[in-house]
Every structure is written in structure tokens, then in C-alpha cells.
Design a protein around this ligand. Structure first.
Ligand code: URP
Ligand code: ZN
Ligand code: ZN
Length: 463
């Protein structure tokens, strides 16, 4: 099947909404034209009347098979990318991990080993630096040349992923000099560990204390510090999983100064809250992630940030752990609950619900979920848009269908849904990845190994 025609849909990109037919050849979009205006023939014709035709989602923050807290995130690259396809996401950027004492290259090789030949959709990598030293700093430009142009550092998790301010400054200087982008987990982990110890000593072991000790002020303080370090180093900064209103304010203030500072939030911070962390019978463990869920009052600042472009990207931070056997590791001690939530399958639908609810426009939906993540991480215009020359990663989206999110029906390899019972308007109908249909009218027809590794260029927002 080399020639596909999608007819009669409303094509939505970050820039435009236009009724158009879309012609696809050899895995790429070749042309758009007014409906019925061209005598195009094709091997396959997809009728998209009454539907949206949107670029496949780009989820720039996933953790398939991440080792964490003595266990591993429960989605493999095979199961996680299949679930992503079900949810209208056609590219993920996952985090390869450098283990302490190992090289960045060894970490990257290990992640290729996990992912290559297994994925249902295309994939790329960021690099988590757990050990900033002379040798790993030297490796950074080499990784950029190999298409891994972003590096995540942690101000949290002392003894595991944590970097001190000196290490952070050095990595930022190297990134600033070589075109890399530093991604920051901005929480003051040293202070948090003191509060964890004190909470446990008081017998506060329930999951809800995870939210209480990981204070919004400690997210804001770390965000502020990361911004100042990036200014000193002359490097851009992308703050991941922003959840606190006070952290959004720090990013907005930096952007008002014209600094190259960017912010990402995630659906869990937009739709869930500390009410979920406080669910009884240890159910709150399902919602333990870091940064933590915040009181509902923070959500307005996140939505506003997305509208004003103080926040530019919504990724999932998909990092699933089963309730049974994994989240349960923290019964009696919330600090032992593996951190992370499932969501790779739900992001496009939840953000469409945000359109329905009036939080964002249709084009902003595509901008924050497809186009900007592709631009931010050097994948645009191959990914993130529908335009001649782009990969034919295309979703036929039914904006009128309703669905109820549930672990009974989702495809992620995890025994609960963070959005169990939530009814949303809008549903993915058909998904093409590089011109191949992977979801055909609600049936998975893709296969492991279809997805290929996509080397990335550098961030498009830096000269
Ligand atoms: O709780 C989270 N976010 N788990 C994944 C690791 C990270 O910090 O992104
Ligand atoms: Zn993080
Ligand atoms: Zn993450």
C-alpha cells in the first residue's frame, strides 16, 4: 500500500484549520487540496467526513521499562508504544538512563537494546544523566551528533539520579556551548528527604503525605535555582512536569525577561489533584508521582500558562507501575511507592476534552501535543504537522464520539487507570504511522518493529 487518500476531513495543525483532502505516498504527506478538487486516485481511500484529521501526537516524556525503587515501569516498549498508537500518539521520546559509574553511551545502547525492533510507532531518546563528571560531559556533544540532543538532570532523588548545583552548572555550560537542551526535574530533593524522614517519624505513612512533603515551594525554589544556573551558564532550560502555580510563575518571570526557558506540564496535573492522593485504603498510591499532584487550585495557573504560552508542552511522563505488587511496595511507607503514573494512551483524548471544556482552542491542542514538542526536540517538520514532506503520521479523530476511560478497556500494561470512569468526548478512530495504518477504525493492525528510531536535531527555539 503506497498511496493513501484521506478525504473530506477538517485538517487541524498548530497553524490552520482547513477542510482538505490529504494525499500520502511512500509514507509521507505529498499534498493537501480542497475537498474533491483533485483527480487523485489511491490504493486506499479513508473517508474522514465529520472527523478531524490531525498530526499524530508527539509525547516527549515517557519511561518505558524505567528501573525505579527496586522495580521496573510495567510497560515495555512493545506494550507502551502499542498503547500510544491506540491513543493517537505516533512518536514518543523516551528517557535512556545513564547508570552511575557507566558512560552515557552505555545507557543509550541499553535503551536501544530494549526498544529496537519492538516499537509500534516511531521513537527517539533523551538522556538521563545520573553522574555528571569529566567523562560524561565530554560525551554530551557526541550524543547530540547521534540525535540525542536533550539531557535530563535531577535536583531530586539524592543518591539515585541527583546532581548538585556544581554538576548542574557544568552540564548546562556544556549544553549551552554545544546546542544541547537541559531538561530539569526541579524539586529540592535534599530538603524533601528531611521532610520525608520527619513525616515517617511522626507515623505519617499514607500516600497522601507524599504530596505534603514534596511542597510546592520546594518545586518553585528548585525551578528558580535552575533558571538562575541556566542564566549563569548561558544555556536554555526546559522544566519537566511542572505542577505548582509558584513554579509556573518562576518560568513566566524568566520568559518575560526573554530567557530561553520552557515549561512542560502533564495531564495528571491538569485533571487530578491531592484529593486523589488522599483516596482511602492505600488507593492514593495509584497517584504517587513526582512532582506530586497538587491541590485543585493550582490547575487554573497551569491552564492559564498553556494559554499564554508560559507552558509550551503537555507530555505524559508515562511511567506506569501496577497497583498490585508494585505500588504496594510502599504500604506502610509512602516513600517506597514507585513514582509514576500511566497515561501515554490518554493524553490526546484528555487534551481534546480540554478543548471541549473551553480551556484551549483546537489549534492550541495540536500545538502543545504535536507541533511544539516536535519543534522543541528537533523532530519538526518530520513530525508534529500535516504538510507536504512530513511523515504521514496522521490521526482520524472523531470529535463527537464519547468514551469512558478504564483499565478494563485501555491497552497500557498496568492494572489501573488514573482516570477510571471519566467520560470524555472525542475518540481516535484511525491512525497512520508513516503512511501505514496501525489503528483501523478501532482495531489494532500494527506490529512490533514497525516503529523506527528517529535521530533528532537540536531545539528549534534556539536560533
Ligand atoms: O514520578 C515520576 N515522574 N516518575 C518518573 C520519573 C521522573 O521523575 O520523571
Ligand atoms: Zn522527573
Ligand atoms: Zn519523567
Amino acid at each position: 500500500m503506497t498511496r493513501t487518500l484521506i478525504t473530506g476531513g477538517l485538517v487541524i495543525t498548530a497553524a490552520d484549520e482547513v477542510h482538505a483532502d490529504v494525499l500520502i505516498e511512500h509514507g509521507r504527506v505529498v499534498a493537501l487540496a480542497a475537498p474533491g478538487s483533485q483527480p487523485w486516485t489511491a490504493d486506499r481511500v479513508i473517508d474522514a467526513s465529520q472527523k478531524y484529521v490531525i498530526p499524530g501526537g508527539v509525547d516527549a516524556h515517557t519511561h518505558m521499562e524505567l528501573p525505579f525503587g527496586g522495580t521496573f515501569a510495567s510497560d515495555t516498549f512493545e506494550t507502551g508504544t502499542r498503547a500510544a498508537a491506540w491513543g493517537g500518539t505516533t512518536t514518543i521520546v523516551d528517557f535512556a538512563v545513564q547508570s552511575r559509574g557507566e558512560s552515557l553511551r552505555a545507557g543509550l545502547d541499553a535503551w536501544h537494546e530494549k526498544a529496537d525492533g519492538k516499537c509500534a510507532i516511531d521513537y527517539a531518546f533523551h538522556m538521563i544523566m545520573s553522574d555528571v563528571n569529566e567523562s560524561t560531559l565530554k560525551e554530551m556533544p557526541k550524543l547530540i551528533q547521534h540525535g540525542v540532543s536533550s539531557f535530563k538532570l535531577f535536583m531530586a532523588y539524592p543518591g539515585v539520579f541527583y546532581s548538585d548545583d556544581g554538576q548542574i552548572l557544568r552540564a548546562m555550560q556544556k549544553a549551552g556551548d554545544t546546542g544541547g537542551l537541559i531538561m530539569m526535574h526541579a524539586e529540592n530533593g535534599i530538603a524533601i528527604d528531611v521532610l520525608v524522614e520527619q513525616a515517617l517519624a511522626r507515623g505519617e505513612t499514607d500516600p497522601r503525605y507524599h504530596g505534603e512533603v514534596r511542597k510546592a515551594l520546594l518545586e518553585a525554589e528548585a525551578t528558580h535555582r535552575a533558571i538562575q544556573l541556566a542564566r549563569v551558564a548561558g544555556s536554555p532550560l526546559y522544566v519537566v512536569h511542572v505542577s505548582a502555580e509558584e513554579a509556573v510563575a518562576e518560568i513566566a518571570a524568566a520568559r518575560d525577561k526573554g530567557l530561553p526557558v520552557f515549561g512542560e506540564t502533564c495531564p495528571q496535573y491538569l485533571f487530578l489533584s491531592t484529593d486523589n492522593l488522599a483516596e482511602p485504603d492505600f488507593e492514593g498510591a495509584k497517584y504517587v508521582c513526582s512532582t506530586p499532584l497538587r491541590p485543585k487550585e493550582h490547575q487554573a495557573a497551569l491552564w492559564r500558562g498553556l494559554r499564554t504560552n508560559d507552558l509550551q508542552v503537555v507530555s505524559t511522563d508515562h511511567c506506569p507501575f501496577c497497583f498490585v505488587g508494585q505500588k504496594e511496595l510502599g504500604r506502610g511507607d509512602f516513600s517506597k511507592i514507585p513514582n509514576g503514573l500511566p497515561g501515554v494512551e490518554n493524553r490526546m483524548d484528555l487534551l481534546h476534552q480540554a478543548v471541549v471544556d473551553g480551556h484551549i482552542s483546537r489549534r492550541r491542542w495540536i500545538e502543545i501535543a504535536c507541533a511544539t514538542p516536535a519543534r522543541m526536540f528537533g523532530l519538526y517538520p518530520q513530525k508534529g504537522t500535516i504538510a507536504p514532506g512530513a511523515d504521514a503520521d496522521v490521526v482520524i479523530y472523531d470529535p463527537h464520539a464519547t468514551q469512558t476511560l478504564s483499565a478494563e478497556t485501555h491497552h497500557m500494561n498496568v492494572d489501573y487507570s488514573a482516570y477510571e470512569g471519566k467520560t470524555v468526548t472525542g475518540r481516535v478512530e484511525t491512525v497512520l504511522s508513516r503512511g501505514e495504518v496501525v489503528i483501523d477504525r478501532h482495531t489494532y493492525v500494527g506490529h512490533a518493529g514497525h516503529g523506527t528510531y528517529v535521530p533528532r536535531s537540536t531545539c528549534h527555539y534556539l536560533n
